[in-house]
Design a protein. Structure first.
Length: 723
């Protein structure tokens, strides 16, 4: 291995590795840093070559669009050009993935998925513990239940609202685990006889489940008189809790006090888009929380109301199966880790010439090493992966060569830190145009490791705009959601995944519901992700995951995928249709409204990122609707403004006036935050305001339209100025 002295390491990170990360492992400090030095020596030059190829391809595409402005008029010629420059690769022969040792949460169980900034220990614990959630609490505390006729929420328990919640809960049971006769709303008693669940109805008749196999067993729920009945539907569990002494149970005809839902089946612990980690201190905080999650001893103490609360990882649940045997239900969401992509470097570690090393290389090594703490546990303990796998979601890769690079990097990490081959699995985020059009080849490059593909509107649209920046002014953002390319992209992702044998082996995911306060609308709309063939879809909170779980009981995703596998494949020509406005003569009011919306979103997110180091938070939009936002939101908004500015739809002065005016509005929206520092009127001295402006005014020059380089530089400047 390479001499570790070739690296200069941040003291905080070095101390963490020596005193915490390697404790209990057979890997020495010298071996760890030697392994990193070897990886940097081997992979950093190749990493740089891949980034150079991105830039070269973009330059050629820019030239083509300058010569052929507007929408693509000759698709055959356009595709020929993309093949000639190496942008569009041959899809090759059909194949099926061969990934082994995949946990059922990924291979078999369709359900909600959370994405959470791992830098925030409280959020990470909340997400990990969101495997189980109270349906009654989720319904009662959100707008999923209306407040009509006195059913208001807030304050003391409202029995009028509670009655609506119970009615909705019983209707859910009728859908998920229907009785052979009658409704769960009419049950006055549940009992188990000979391993079969029986329900007594109000008219004293007895009935069982329409499908008796959905009943799994009984568990002691804790507390005198508490009985819990465990069921499984579409691979997901739910638990009906009975307790006549509970305030809700005592008023229920069958003593039902709650319905516990298996909710966030998987969670992506994010080191990337939702995290502001710009130096050794930040990276150490990220890795320390990952270590705690892998060891299972992460805790966080915080104040809630007037109480001090300590949160830790939930234990597993046990119940007595109908066969009389003790059964285990996992108490925590299966955790995946999203590493940083290939672009960014980090000053946490530098080479001998002072250059920052690629951050993704450091992430890969650290993830592999810290995983030892989970993989080394006894199989009967609260392990994350019970199959001996480590799940790494890899974002922002462009095409099969970059996927192959990640695969080779993971293989090298395994060899250097003593993990069996193909332990490190890979999730391929389909959020870059060159990955979309080459998705089959990308999957082929990782066919022994891939466990996940997904779509994401925000990043993918940001890349769409940047890739075709020179083609002309893009359509308005709201129109993007119904554009030809986007519809084809969503279908293409599912079609390719199914054709490559993902069903029963890997996840096909869909994107985030960004409005955590609008749960009624989420329930109405997000079922569409399942009907589109997604095994999992992102939700913004544990509560949202519990409500979204109802969809997976209503829709059998396996059946949906079997039908979709027979449909005609989505069109590559449609995906390559560029969303350039055919007639960009919008009226001035519409142009200004679009600028206002984009600028407000950019400023609202950037000010927290720069001044507070918050990479993901609920940011009020221009209409004061709270949106869960990370850098993907920033990418689409900044690229859209940069595109309109570049093509003269608006002027630099107009954009600056808009930014300054919207900064004042963002300041007002944050007026109740005592830690907030206003951007207006001192625009020249506000690092956050300057960063937001740079994202727009320098947007066309940013690699792939990414926001990270400018954000990292400004955040480092802010930290240096503020100690």
């Amino acid at each position: 291995m390479t001499d570790p002295k070739s690296l200069t390491i941040d003291p905080t990170l070095r101390a963490f590795v020596a005193q915490e990360a390697l404790t209990g492992l057979s890997i020495t400090e010298e071996q760890f840093w030697s392994a990193l030095a070897t990886l940097v020596e081997t992979f950093a030059p190749r990493n740089q070559e891949l980034l150079a190829k991105r830039a070269a391809l973009q330059s050629q595409i820019d030239d083509w669009h300058r010569e052929n402005p507007g929408p693509v008029r000759d698709m055959t010629a356009y595709k020929s050009f993309l093949r000639d420059i190496g942008y569009l690769a041959s899809a090759g022969d059909d194949f099926h993935i061969k990934t082994k040792n995949v946990d059922p949460e990924i291979a078999l169980i369709s359900g909600p998925q959370l994405v959470v900034p791992i830098k925030n220990a409280r959020y990470a614990l909340n997400a990990a513990n969101a495997r189980w959630g109270s349906l009654y609490d989720a319904l009662y505390g959100t707008d999923a239940i209306d407040e009509d006729n006195g059913a208001t929420r807030g304050g003391a328990y409202n029995p009028v609202r509670g009655e609506k919640v119970i009615k909705r809960g019983k209707a859910f049971l009728d859908m998920a685990i229907p009785l052979a006769d009658g409704s769960h709303a009419d049950v006055i008693d549940y009992d188990v006889r000979g391993g079969t669940l029986l329900a007594t109805l109000r008219d004293t008749t007895n009935t069982g489940l329409r499908d008796p196999d959905k009943f799994c067993g009984v568990r002691s729920g804790g507390g005198k008189g508490r009985t819990d009945y465990v069921f499984r539907n579409n691979h997901l569990h739910l638990i009906v809790c009975l307790n006549p002494d509970h305030p809700v149970g005592r008023d229920d005809s069958a003593d039902v006090c709650d319905i516990l839902m298996e909710s966030a089946v998987t969670t992506i612990m994010d080191c990337e888009d939702s995290v502001a980690a710009v130096d050794g201190d930040d990276k150490t905080a990220v890795y320390r929380n990952l270590l705690g999650l892998m060891r299972g001893d992460l805790t966080e103490r915080f104040t809630k109301g007037d109480k001090s609360v300590e949160r830790s990882l939930n234990p597993d649940l046990f119940y007595l199966g109908k066969d009389g045997e003790k059964k285990r239900l996992t108490g925590r969401s299966l955790m995946l880790v999203r590493n940083v992509g290939h672009l960014m470097t980090n000053p946490a570690v530098r080479t001998s010439d002072g250059a920052e090393i690629p951050e993704g290389i450091l992430d890969a090594l650290m993830t592999g090493v810290l995983a030892h703490h989970d993989l080394g546990k006894d199989e009967n303990t609260n392990r994350n992966s019970r199959t001996g796998s480590v799940y790494i979601v890899k974002p922002k890769m462009h095409g099969p060569d970059e996927v192959a690079f990640a695969v080779d990097l993971f293989a090298a990490v395994e060899k250097l830190v003593g993990l069996p081959g193909e332990t490190l699995k890979i999730g391929i985020m389909d959020e870059e145009r060159r990955t979309t059009v080459n998705l089959k080849s990308c999957i082929r490059a990782a066919h022994n490791r891939v466990i996940f593909i997904n779509t994401g509107f925000l990043d993918r649209t940001g890349d769409e705009i940047h890739t075709s920046m020179q083609a002309g002014p893009m359509i308005r953002k709201a129109e993007m959601k119904t554009s030809t390319w986007l519809t084809a992209y969503e279908d293409w992702n599912v079609d390719v995944g199914l054709s490559c044998g993902f069903q029963g082996k890997a996840q096909i995911g869909k994107g985030m519901w960004a409005m955590p306060d609008l749960m009624s609308e989420m329930i109405r709309q997000k079922i569409g992700h399942l009907k589109a063939g997604a095994d999992c879809a992102w939700t913004p909170s544990p509560t949202a995951a519990t409500l979204h779980a109802m969809h997976y009981h209503e829709v059998d995703v396996d059946e949906v995928q079997e039908k979709l596998a027979k449909r005609p494949h989505a069109s590559l020509d449609d995906i390559l249709s560029i969303p350039v406005a055919a007639d960009p003569r919008w009226n001035p009011a519409d142009i200004q409204a679009e600028l206002d919306n984009n600028a407000q979103g950019i400023l609202g997110y950037v000010v927290r990122w720069i001044d507070q180091g918050v990479g993901c938070s609920k940011v009020p939009d221009i209409h004061d609707v709270g949106l869960m936002e990370d850098r993907a939101t920033l990418r689409i908004s900044s690229q859209h403004m940069a595109n309109w500015l570049h093509h003269g739809i608006c002027s630099r002065d107009q954009v600056m006036e808009t930014m300054q005016r919207m900064a004042g509005i963002v300041d007002q929206q944050n007026a109740d935050d005592p830690t907030y520092k206003a951007m207006a009127p001192a625009f020249d001295t506000s690092v956050a305001f300057q960063a937001a402006c740079a994202l727009v005014f320098e947007g066309t020059a940013q690699p792939s339209g990414y926001t990270e380089p400018l954000l990292h530089a400004r955040r480092l400047a802010w930290k240096q100025a503020n100690g």
